[in-house]
Ligand binder design. Structure first.
Ligand SMILES: C[S@@+](CC[C@H](N)C(=O)[O-])C[C@H]1O[C@@H](n2cnc3c(N)ncnc32)[C@H](O)[C@@H]1O
Length: 212
């Protein structure tokens, strides 16, 4: 059965309000009880948008809000490809976040239609916590990353707030998973990545790893 969160992602109206209403509010909420997730997010965007001729994959791209921003910084033959399984999200991406440097593909993050060692950077932002079986996705992110390339994740993490009795269970009932402190870091290491670094901001974590 689809969770409440999964149903939202398939809703055309939600896809339309996601980028400018839902995501900024959600990012702000993530700061609760810690350092500003918005500040880290801005720094990450600046990093991802730096000029260069890279091939970037934005996994679970939603309406292409990050795909487009990343693509805008790319030069030459650089491209940012967004992949998502929600048709309404991809329709919105095609309508509002398409440029000559973006491309969108409908597919499941568990089995992506890309060859091994293809992308310089693979992002998966604000999505792993919605995926019912998220850990195999980490292997898939690593698989499509080139040697020397990086995987960048933003997702949930358990904190003093979310460890309060009943919070994880209540979140889980909506389809929103709160990861243990080391689950994503260990998952990326097990997927073969090196230099895995975790930064916790409020209720969220950014994890970056490099494929040797
Ligand atoms: C909250 S949106 C995140 C959008 C964007 N990455 C961001 O950071 O704002 C989560 C997206 O994950 C997608 N998604 C969930 N499970 C997926 C899966 N197994 N494969 C591909 N996309 C998936 C949903 O369709 C939705 O568009």
């Amino acid at each position: 059965m689809e969770s409440l969160s999964q149903r939202f992602m398939q809703n055309p109206l939600f896809a339309q309000v996601y980028e400018h209403l839902w995501r900024p509010t959600f990012t702000r909420l993530f700061s609760f009880g810690g350092t500003a997730t918005e500040d880290y997010d801005r720094a990450l965007q600046a990093y991802l948008c730096r000029p260069g001729e890279r091939l970037v994959l934005d996994v679970a791209c939603g309406p292409g809000n990050y795909t487009r921003r990343i693509a805008d910084g790319l030069t030459g033959d650089g491209r940012c490809i967004g992949i998502d399984y929600s048709a309404p999200m991809l329709t919105q991406a095609a309508r509002t976040n398409t440029t000559e440097k973006t491309g969108y593909v409908r597919g499941d993050a568990h089995a992506m239609p890309f060859a091994d060692n293809t992308f310089d950077t693979v992002t998966c932002l604000a999505a792993l916590y919605l995926i019912p079986d998220p850990l195999p996705v980490l292997d898939e992110l690593a698989r499509v990353t080139k040697p020397g390339g990086e995987v960048i994740i933003f997702t949930s993490v358990v904190t003093r707030v979310s460890a309060l009795p009943g919070v994880r269970e209540a979140a889980g009932a909506t389809g929103y998973r709160i990861f243990d402190r080391h689950e994503i870091v260990d998952g990326l290491r097990n997927a073969g990545l090196d230099d895995v670094e975790q930064t916790i901001t409020g209720q969220g974590q950014y994890v970056i790893g490099v494929k040797p």
